[in-house]
Every structure is written in structure tokens, then in C-alpha cells.
Design a protein around this ligand. Structure first.
Ligand code: FRU
Length: 521
């Protein structure tokens, strides 16, 4: 059986499993997804290689997550769009591959929209079409070192994203003579009654617009002299967001494949004004703002049409050049971050993007423990037998004499990941130098840190899965995401203070449930 067919079978089996689970008791557990390093509350593919999130769209009660997918191997290859859906952004149901490579090339990253007014004409008999907009990447042209490798194409679905038909007249945007020309992220711009499409074009963005998703006209460019340029610009996103001071702003996310804040792949953003054709950056062009200061948060974009105007963001939890294709997982590679809700808040430095895990994740809390207010010196063990955790800690820095403080995840083998704030250096860090397996890359065992000026109290919230930690500081002002591969799961959690003391004002630790072993609701 070909791998792709096997995958379809697997998916059908999972669908059956899921529906069985729906009718069975809450207590019932299965061994599904129990490999070493398999994330328990993050999305990961059953088998094969995954990178970017694609086609994020909410439609008729379902959040769709498509993703860059190569089912036949655990390294990158001919790209497909894998597909999963969720009704709550927490539990995911695997669906068959949505888009396969074809004569125009691999199916690279892109987006999806609900064409509710049927501007495309793809709708029929009152069925609202979902339209996917993606890059066709021609591997033969790439091999021949041609420039016109990438073009933009569309496909549509009339059955809630299950079956997709590619448009017969693809591509809808030809290559304009730019080698890296990809990752269209389409939105509806109500003021101009047009679809808007930013496309990453090597070292800048190009904006196109269209009345019908089929005919596109270039309207402008942004970015050649703005932000970071250490690598190729990929996977853009642009959306309006009302700031905490009431201002209507636009946020432009621009991922970059290397040379980002922690050396690898990363997501920068800009805040400004957009009239449907031109983006004006509110900040000085040289200012670099990043969505996440850890090593493993890339290609993040947001959902189209999320209810209640929520701006929900998700990323690939890895990074390209240092180790993505070498991490020790089998028979799959890579996971997504948890979905995060973005907001724009006033800070002393101006408007900044804040992010917190979506509130739906609180539904995974199974057991809560309050940590009493206390002075921390050296270390205090707060958990000894739990791997999946959400942690909330609030420290009082005003009387602290510590050089650094924070929390550490450990196992009995002495492996550990340290997450802390260095009070003297004013840096926040994740230290995974002794986190377990790392021989697959000499870039993996390392400390990532970022300047951070704390207030008199510091709140740390963290989500810990089998192979990752996502840290949100001071209600999401700073985010850091990192992956790790301990030889035995980390089950011990300690709070620590080095070189002096720090007061823990309040603390709570929640054991989380696995999304794969629970009843699917
Ligand atoms: C980003 C990226 C995109 C491209 C895709 C290919 O990680 O390089 O620019 O469309 O991955 O898989």
C-alpha cells in the first residue's frame, strides 16, 4: 500500500476511534499517541513530516488547521496540505490529506477564506465555498535554478473543507520574476470591498487585491527597509486589531527563515496603518519586534473568521536550519504550538502584541494545587509525578536578593530545563543545555535569553507538554517557546532562587489531561 493510502486508512481508523470515544465513557483511555516524545496536548501528525500551519479558517463550528505535510517520510519533501479540525481549539480530529502535489508543483503554504458572498462563483445551490489560496512550487524549475519557480493558485470546497477542487485556470498569480514568491495570506477588506493578499517576496511583501479571488492586481509593497532582514521573508499575515487604548490598528506579521532573534527562524511583527493597499509602520524602520523570543516558534499566522473577532494565532514548534529535520521523534516530526489569542496593549515603549493561550485550554485542567506564599531560597519541589502541566507563578521582586529565579523541569536522570529571570542582567531565559537528547545537532543544547525589564512583580505562566514548554510572562508581554527530548519524561517541577531569595506571592499548578486519551466532545 502506498504511504498516502496508508495514511488515509489510518485517518479513517482514527475517525472511527474518535466516534467510538464519543459514545464511550469519560474514563476510557487508549494507548493512541503514546510514543516517546509524543505531545499530549499539542497537535502533531500521526505519521510523516509537518511544518507550517496553513489555511487557518473557522467555518460552521469548526476550526480548520491545514499544514505543510509530507506523509511519506519524516523529513521535508513534496508538500501536501494535511488537514485536521477542532470544535474547541484543543481536541483535534485527523482528516485525510486535503491537497496533493500536481503538475504545477508542490503545495506550499497559504491560507483559506469563507467566500460568504460567493464572489468567486464557486458556490452552487446556496453552498458557501471555502477557498484555499496557496503557492505552487515547481521542483523541476527549482532544480534548473530558474527564477519563476513559485506561483499562486486556488482551490475550493463545498463540503466543509473535506473535498477540494483545484481551479482549472491555475495559477491565478504568475511569477513576477522573484525567486522566493510565496505564502499568500488572504483577508477580506470591507472598506474597499476587495480581497487583499500579502505575498512574501524574498526581502519584502507584495500586496495584491481582487474582487473575486481569481483575478489579482498588485497594489503595493512593504518592508525592504523595515525590520529584520537576516533571512528570507516567508509566511506573512495582516489583520486589524483594536488596541487597549481604543485605537484601530493593523498588525503585520512577517516570518523570516533564519537570522531571527534567537539565531534561527522567527516571527517579527509591525504595528501600523493599512488602507487596503499601503501599510505604514508606526515605529522607526529599524525597530525589530518579535512574537516569541524562544528557539521554536515559526511560520505562525492567524485564523480567518474566528468568532467574536478573536485573533487566534498558531505556529510550527520548530525551526528550519538547526535541527527541525533531525529531532529524535518517530514516526512523525514536529508539533504545533498551542493556539494563542493576540491582543495589542499599551506599554511604556508603545503598542505591543501580547499573547496568551486560548482560554479553551483551561478545560484540560484536571487537578489543581495552590502553592502557598513563601520565601524561596535554593529550590522547592512543587510536583513530583506529573508531566503535563500548566503553571502560574507570581513573584515579588521588590525585596528580592536573588541573582536569578524561576522554575525547573526535571527527571530522575538529572536532565532538566530551566526557565528563569536573571534579575541582575534583566534577561529572561530558557536553558536546555542539559535537557536530554541533543546529539542530533550541536545547536540544540543551549541557553536562549532575551532582555526583559521587569516591574516590581513578575507573573509567569507556562504550559508544559512531554516535549515542549511555552512561557508567557506578565500576561503575555513576553513569550518564549522551546522543545526538548529528555530520556525520561520530566515529572518533577521545582521553583528556585539562586544567590539570594525571592518571594513567591501566589502560585498554582494544574495537572493537564491528554487530548488524545480523553473523550472527544
Ligand atoms: C516556511 C516555508 C514556506 C513554504 C513552506 C514549504 O516554513 O519555507 O515559505 O511555503 O515552508 O514547506
Amino acid at each position: 500500500m502506498r504511504m498516502a493510502e496508508r495514511l488515509l486508512c489510518c485517518s479513517l481508523i482514527v475517525l472511527l476511534l474518535c466516534s467510538c470515544k464519543q459514545s464511550s465513557s469519560n474514563q476510557e483511555h487508549s494507548d493512541y499517541y503514546s510514543e516517546q516524545h509524543r505531545p499530549e496536548f499539542h497537535f502533531s501528525p500521526e505519521i510523516g513530516w509537518m511544518n507550517d500551519p496553513n489555511g487557518l479558517v473557522y467555518f460552521e463550528g469548526e476550526y480548520h488547521l491545514f499544514y505543510q505535510y509530507y506523509p511519506d517520510s519524516t523529513v521535508w519533501g513534496p508538500m501536501h496540505w494535511g488537514h485536521t479540525v477542532s470544535t474547541d481549539l484543543v481536541h483535534w480530529m485527523h482528516l485525510p490529506v486535503a491537497l496533493y502535489p500536481d503538475s504545477l508543483g508542490y503545495i506550499f503554504s497559504g491560507s483559506a477564506v469563507v467566500d460568504k458572498d460567493n464572489t468567486s462563483g464557486f458556490g452552487s445551490q446556496g453552498q458557501i465555498p471555502l477557498v484555499a489560496i496557496f503557492t505552487h512550487h515547481d521542483p523541476a524549475k527549482a532544480k534548473a535554478e530558474r527564477i519563476d519557480v513559485e506561483t499562486q493558485s486556488i482551490a475550493y470546497s463545498l463540503d466543509k473543507g473535506r473535498i477540494w477542487t483545484k481551479y482549472a485556470a491555475n495559477p491565478v498569480v504568475k511569477n513576477p520574476g522573484i525567486r522566493n514568491f510565496r505564502d499568500p495570506k488572504v483577508l477580506w477588506h470591507e472598506e474597499s470591498k476587495h480581497w487583499i493578499m500579502p505575498i512574501a517576496a524574498h526581502d519584502h511583501l507584495e500586496f495584491y487585491h481582487s474582487p473575486n479571488l481569481k483575478e489579482w492586481t498588485k497594489t503595493g509593497e512593504f518592508g525592504q527597509s523595515h525590520g529584520a532582514h537576516g533571512g528570507v521573508w516567508e509566511c506573512p499575515d495582516i489583520f486589524p486589531l483594536r488596541a487597549s487604548n481604543g485605537a484601530e490598528k493593523w498588525v503585520l506579521i512577517q516570518n523570516m527563515d533564519r537570522g531571527a532573534v534567537n539565531g534561527g527562524s522567527g516571527a517579527q511583527y509591525f504595528v501600523g496603518y493599512f488602507d487596503g493597499t499601503t501599510f505604514i509602520n508606526d515605529n522607526p524602520p529599524e525597530l525589530q519586534l518579535w512574537l516569541d523570543y524562544g528557539a521554536d516558534n515559526y511560520a505562525g499566522v492567524t485564523w480567518f473568521n474566528a468568532p467574536k473577532d478573536r485573533r487566534i494565532f498558531i505556529s510550527w514548534m520548530s525551526q528550519w536550519f538547526d535541527y527541525a529535520q533531525k529531532v529524535p521523534t518517530h514516526p512523525w516530526r514536529s508539533a504545533m504550538t498551542v493556539p494563542r489569542e493576540l491582543s495589542l496593549k499599551e506599554t511604556n515603549a508603545g503598542l505591543r502584541l501580547f499573547q496568551l493561550p486560548v482560554e479553551e485550554l483551561t478545560g484540560l485542567r484536571s487537578d489543581t494545587m495552590t502553592i502557598v506564599k513563601q520565601e524561596i531560597r535554593d529550590s522547592v519541589t512543587i510536583r513530583e509525578a506529573t508531566t503535563l502541566l500548566e503553571l502560574e507563578l507570581e513573584f515579588d521582586l521588590s525585596s528580592s536578593t536573588a541573582t536569578d529565579f524561576g522554575f525547573v523541569l526535571k527527571n530522575k536522570l538529572g536532565e532538566q530545563v530551566i526557565i528563569g529571570y536573571h534579575r541582575i542582567d534583566s534577561t529572561f531565559y530558557i536553558d536546555r543545555t542539559k535537557s536530554g537528547k541533543s546529539s542530533f545537532s550541536d545547536k540544540f543544547a543551549r541557553v536562549d535569553s532575551t532582555p526583559y525589564s521587569a516591574h516590581s512583580t513578575m507573573k509567569i505562566r507556562a504550559f508544559v507538554d512531554v516535549a515542549s514548554v511555552e512561557v508567557f510572562v506578565d500576561d503575555g508581554r513576553l513569550a518564549m517557546t522551546e522543545i526538548f527530548f529528555p530520556n525520561e519524561d520530566f515529572t518533577i517541577t521545582q521553583i528556585f532562587s539562586n544567590g539570594g531569595s525571592v518571594n513567591l506571592q501566589a502560585g498554582r499548578i494544574y495537572a493537564l489531561e491528554s487530548i488524545w486519551k480523553q473523550r472527544m466532545n
